[in-house]
Design a protein around this ligand. Structure first.
Ligand SMILES: Nc1nc2c(ncn2[C@@H]2O[C@H](COP(=O)(O)OP(=O)(O)OP(=O)(O)O)[C@@H](O)[C@H]2O)c(=O)[nH]1
Ligand SMILES: [Mg+2]
Length: 278
C-alpha cells in the first residue's frame, strides 16, 4: 500500500510554486532523481504550459488567481517506499487573501486538515526587510509615522506569514501543548540563486526573519529549512535561454540542504519527508 502524501504547498504569489512543480515533474519524467514515477500521473494540465515554456528556455506566466488544480503523482523512492504525491498549483493571491480577509473557504479548510506535510515556500529576495531603530535613526521614523497617521495598518511581511501559519494550525486543530510532529513542516527558501549567499539555509532564515523563525521553532519539533533554486537562474518570458533549450530544463536547478550540501536533485525535500514517515 502506498502512503498518501498530500502536500499543503503554501506560497504567496510569485514565490515559484509553478516553476518548482514543473521542474519536479520534469525530473520524474526523465528519471533524473531519487524518486521514480510508478504509475500514470493525473491532471498534468496545470503544468503542461510551464513544461513547454521551460523546454524552450522561457519562464511561464503567473497562475490565474482563482485557479486551483491538484495533480497526483504516484512515486517510489530509492529504498522502495511508495507514495501518492498530491501536488497543487494555484494562484498565490488565495494565500494572501486567507490572511487579509480572515476568512477560510471550505476548500482550503479541507486541504489543511487532510495534508500530511506542509511545505511553505518563502522568497526572501522579494520580502520587505523590516526597518527598525537599529537600521534607521529615530527622526526618520517619527516623520514616517506622522505621514502615515491615517494610512491603514499593514502588518510586516514576517508577521503576515506567522499569522498565516497560526490560522492553518488552528484549522488543522493542532494541539500546541507540545512541539508538533505532525504535520511536518518544510520551509523552502525559493529562488535561492537570487540571494547570492553561502550561508546555511536555517541560519539565513534566522537572520532575515528572526520572529518567524522563533515562532516555527517553538511550535515544531524538527522543522527543515532548505534552499531551493528550481530554475538555477532567472529566465525571461520572451527571450529563450539557449542553455535550457540545448541541454534541457532538467539539467538546471538545485537544492541546498540544511547542512549546506548542494544537490541537483530538487526532489530531495519530498524524498526526506517520505523517509521520515512511519
Ligand atoms: N531566479 C529564479 N527565478 C525563479 C525561480 N523559480 C521561479 N522563478 C521566477 O519567479 C517568478 C514566479 O514564479 P512562479 O512559479 O510563476 O510563481 P508562483 O508561486 O507560481 O506564482 P503565482 O502563480 O502568482 O501564485 C517567475 O518569474 C519565475 O521565472 C528560481 O529558482 N530562480
Ligand atoms: Mg503559479
Amino acid at each position: 500500500m502506498a502512503d498518501q502524501h498530500t502536500i499543503l504547498l503554501v506560497g504567496e504569489s510569485n514565490v515559484g510554486k509553478t516553476h518548482y512543480g514543473a521542474q519536479f515533474l520534469k525530473r520524474l519524467m526523465v528519471k533524473a532523481c531519487a524518486l521514480q514515477m510508478r504509475g500514470a500521473p493525473t491532471n498534468l494540465e496545470a503544468f503542461t504550459t510551464a513544461l513547454g515554456c521551460l523546454t524552450e528556455g522561457r519562464a511561464t506566466d503567473h497562475t490565474p488567481a482563482s485557479n486551483y488544480v491538484e495533480s497526483v503523482w504516484p512515486i517510489r523512492d530509492d529504498s522502495g517506499r511508495s507514495a501518492d504525491l498530491v501536488w497543487p498549483d494555484y494562484g498565490g493571491e488565495q494565500v494572501r487573501n486567507l490572511v487579509t480577509e480572515r476568512r477560510i473557504p471550505p476548500t482550503w479548510r479541507e486541504r489543511t486538515v487532510q495534508a500530511t506535510d506542509w511545505v511553505v515556500l518563502i522568497r526572501l529576495h522579494s520580502l520587505r526587510s523590516e526597518e527598525d531603530l537599529f537600521s534607521r535613526p529615530l527622526q526618520t521614523f517619527a516623520a514616517v509615522a506622522a505621514q502615515n497617521e491615517h494610512a491603514a495598518f499593514e502588518p510586516s511581511d514576517q508577521a503576515r506569514i506567522i499569522e498565516l501559519l497560526q490560522m492553518l494550525l488552528y484549522l488543522a486543530q493542532s494541539s500546541l501543548d507540545r512541539p508538533l510532529h505532525k504535520p511536518r513542516l518544510t520551509i523552502l527558501l525559493s529562488c535561492w540563486d537570487e540571494l547570492r549567499t553561502a550561508e546555511l539555509p536555517p541560519d539565513l532564515l534566522a537572520a532575515r526573519l528572526p520572529m518567524f523563525w522563533a515562532f516555527v521553532r517553538s511550535n515544531w519539533s524538527s522543522p527543515s529549512v532548505i534552499g531551493l533554486s528550481a530554475l538555477e537562474k532567472a529566465l525571461s518570458k520572451t527571450d529563450p535561454d539557449a542553455d535550457y533549450a540545448i541541454r534541457g530544463p532538467e539539467e538546471f536547478g538545485y537544492v541546498i540542504l540544511p547542512n549546506g550540501e548542494r544537490s541537483n536533485d530538487i526532489t530531495l525535500p519530498i524524498r526526506r519527508l517520505m523517509a521520515e514517515a512511519t
